[in-house]
Ligand binder design. Structure first.
Ligand SMILES: [Fe+2]
Length: 299
């Protein structure tokens, strides 16, 4: 399938393409269950589709049949919520993450919603930063953003800090610097056509950001599709091992995703038939800083 002249590299993040590839790998494994490379590819496809339960089963099956493999072991540790063990397996492969469910109580989430509604007049086109500049470039980032209301942060931060401390982050992600206690935050709304191309939240190493935390919340039923976060793998010094080297996370309501701020990631295109930003894909992004606090808070 990857040899098709009609298939472009950007197609390799599209779920229908990935599902077709997965079907063909599953078929291959039915014929050749001992094919270790195909089973590695199956794990990659499951996680590229965000099917983490299937990925976990496929990892277990791989390790049972074929023994140790750094890429598989590393990812399984992250799925098993053992980020410290995962980060110690090699320097390349799946990026570390922690996923949290049921982050806020219904009462806290309702309070956060009403604070966001009250502040939504401040939403403005999101900017991107580059060396020496900052501006709105819709081809790279298309969304609305505003500073997160302090009282919304007051509701959210205790749960996130408990999760971070409980899991020994950021050290368990292999980051040597301790958090400073300083945070910056924003609310981001993606509507029809919204997206954010591949980037790092600490691209130039000067933002002070140590951990990125994305908290998702949306109205029910959701009136948008897409907006998945793709967390790209760290490449080995020899170059990419596979063009399909990322983990997909759907923006499920009341969940949070935490990962090292310098990891490459992107937000896939959003489809939505409504104009109200708070009816789209909404997230509160929080960056936990390391010891050095930056002068500015770039996007
Ligand atoms: Fe980002």
């Amino acid at each position: 399938m990857t040899d098709s002249p009609l298939l472009k590299s950007e197609d390799l993040i599209e779920p229908p393409v990935l599902r077709a590839m997965r079907r063909s790998v599953v078929g291959l494994l039915e014929r050749r269950p001992g094919d270790a490379r195909a089973r590695v590819q199956l794990v990659r496809l499951h996680r590229a589709l965000g099917d983490l339960e299937a990925a976990q089963e496929a990892c277990t099956e791989y390790l049972r049949l074929h023994g140790a493999n750094d890429e598989i072991r590393r990812f399984k540790y992250f799925l098993d919520e053992e980020p410290g063990a995962g980060s110690r397996v090699g320097i390349a492969g799946p990026a570390p993450f922690v996923r949290l469910a049921n982050v806020l109580s219904p009462a806290d989430q309702a309070a956060v919603w009403s604070l966001l509604e009250g502040a939504s007049g401040a939403l403005a086109p999101a900017t991107v930063r580059w060396h020496g500049g900052e501006g709105v470039i819709g081809e790279i980032r298309h969304s609305l953003r505003m500073t997160c209301p302090e009282r919304a942060l007051d509701r959210l931060l205790p749960a996130l800090r408990t999760a971070i401390e409980g899991r020994g982050l950021p050290e368990a992600f292999g980051l040597a610097r301790p958090p400073s206690g300083s945070v910056e935050s924003e609310v981001v709304c993606h509507m029809e056509g919204g997206h954010f191309g591949r980037h790092s939240d600490n691209a130039y190493g000067d933002s002070g950001r140590l951990l990125t935390c994305v908290y998702y919340l949306h109205r029910k039923p959701a009136r948008f599709t897409g907006g998945d976060l793709l967390l790209h793998d760290a490449q080995s010094p020899e170059g990419p091992r596979s063009p399909i080297a990322f983990t997909r996370f759907a923006p499920d309501d009341n969940t949070a995703l935490i990962f090292p701020a310098d990891v490459g990631h992107e937000v896939t295109g959003v489809r939505s038939g409504v104009n109200d930003p708070l009816e789209g894909r909404v997230s509160i992004n929080i960056w936990f800083h390391g010891p050095r606090v930056p002068d500015a808070a770039p996007s």
